[in-house]
Design a protein around this ligand. Structure first.
Ligand SMILES: Cc1ncc(C[n+]2csc(CCOP(=O)(O)OP(=O)(O)O)c2C)c(N)n1
Length: 343
């Protein structure tokens, strides 16, 4: 009699990396496929995202409403979105605002979404994103359905659905993967394991050593990637995109770390000791290591970084100003838009 031990799976997962924590290349072959322009663009987008995030946190409650901080997760977010085509779809959570903004979702609408204004939920027709989901894992079943539609359209489009580690403890996650596997939908499940579901740490959510292995029960291939390494995330998503476009759904587990609170305004020190574990994660954070990598190649400077930060802060001010011009919503608005299609 032989009960299979989940430990047999663990050795198959080796976190995929292109650069290590010191910005040193560990995978020359993957690196060779990037142009200097792409290498710089990835940094520009990450720095922009960090600046937007930090300034948003200051504005929270006054202007923005609920802001879910993303610092520490830029490599996962930017690297994965960068690997998509413009006509691919994104099914985001409340935290995945950077990906949808880079995919064309208007910035002022992102502010309105965070304020709970209905205009923030109206996605322009030519922008391929779903409304950010606040119900944990509900976006997974939606992305499976959308992935089935894309398969039937047969245009090579895919949908990427984001979820936190907490979403993998939900029923919708398993149901979505099972359906995706049975019907061969064009879906990429992208799990951002940022170590916490609100205040609950990963060790209190699951006894599996990886979240990636959860896909295997549904018959879906999966991989673990260093979610603080933007080049690795890009490469892995690019491959996943090719597979999903052929009706092979896949799961990516990106290991990263949420540096700030769950929602801006929370006090993370109530559930997370700001001790050496925190310090250890900070040392791995995506901007520091990627900056080291670029500087070694003379592809990045302090001046460039400052200019990007200034640009992001300006854009945020503009977006807030534009959001201010939108009339306050009323109860009657909610009733009228209930059965209307979006613009
Ligand atoms: C079905 C459901 N249960 C509970 C909540 C309350 N809630 C909001 S965020 C959150 C934690 C989400 O954690 P995770 O999926 O890991 O995403 P993260 O915020 O870490 O990116 C919870 C439990 C919710 N929104 N939906």
């Amino acid at each position: 009699m032989n009960f299979v031990d989940p430990k047999v799976l663990e050795e198959h997962y080796q976190m995929y990396q292109v650069i290590d924590e010191e910005g040193k290349v560990v995978n020359e072959e993957s690196l060779a496929t990037f142009s200097d322009k792409q290498l710089k663009e990835l940094m520009t987008r990450m720095v922009y995202t960090r600046a937007w995030d930090e300034k948003s946190a200051i504005f929270t409650t006054k202007e923005i409403g609920i802001h879910a901080p993303v610092s520490g997760q830029e490599a996962s977010m930017i690297g994965s979105q960068y690997a998509l085509g413009q006509t691919d779809w994104i099914a985001p959570t409340f935290r995945d605002i950077p990906q949808i903004m880079w995919h064309g979702f208007p910035k002022y609408k992102a502010i309105l979404y965070q304020r709970g204004h209905f205009v923030g939920g109206q996605v322009p027709k030519d922008v391929h994103v779903l409304n950010p989901q606040i119900v944990i894992a509900a976006q997974m079943t939606q992305a499976t359905g959308l992935g089935l539609g894309l398969k039937k359209d047969n245009n090579g489009q895919v949908v990427i659905v984001y979820g936190g580690d907490g979403s993998t403890s939900q029923g919708d996650f398993y149901e979505a993967m099972n359906f995706a596997s049975v019907f061969g939908t064009n879906t990429i499940f992208f799990i951002q394991n940022n170590q916490y579901a609100a205040t609950v740490k990963i060790a209190d959510q699951t006894t599996t050593k990886t979240l990636a292995q959860k896909a295997l029960a549904a018959g879906i291939k999966s991989i673990q990637v260093d979610g603080m390494d933007v080049l690795a995330v890009y490469k892995v998503t690019q491959k996943a995109r090719m597979m999903a476009a052929k009706g092979e759904p896949v799961l990516i587990e990106a290991i990263n770390y949420r540096i700030h609170a769950h929602f801006a305004g929370d006090d993370p020190s109530r559930y997370r000791l700001l001790d050496e574990i925190h310090e250890n994660w900070l040392a791995k954070e995506p901007l520091i290591r990627y900056r080291k990598f670029l500087e070694k190649r003379n592809l990045w400077s302090t001046e460039e970084e400052k200019a990007v930060i200034k640009h992001a802060e300006y854009d945020l001010d503009q977006a807030i100003e534009k959001a201010r011009q939108v009339p306050k919503q009323t109860i009657a608005d909610l009733e009228t838009i209930m059965y209307q299609s979006t613009d």
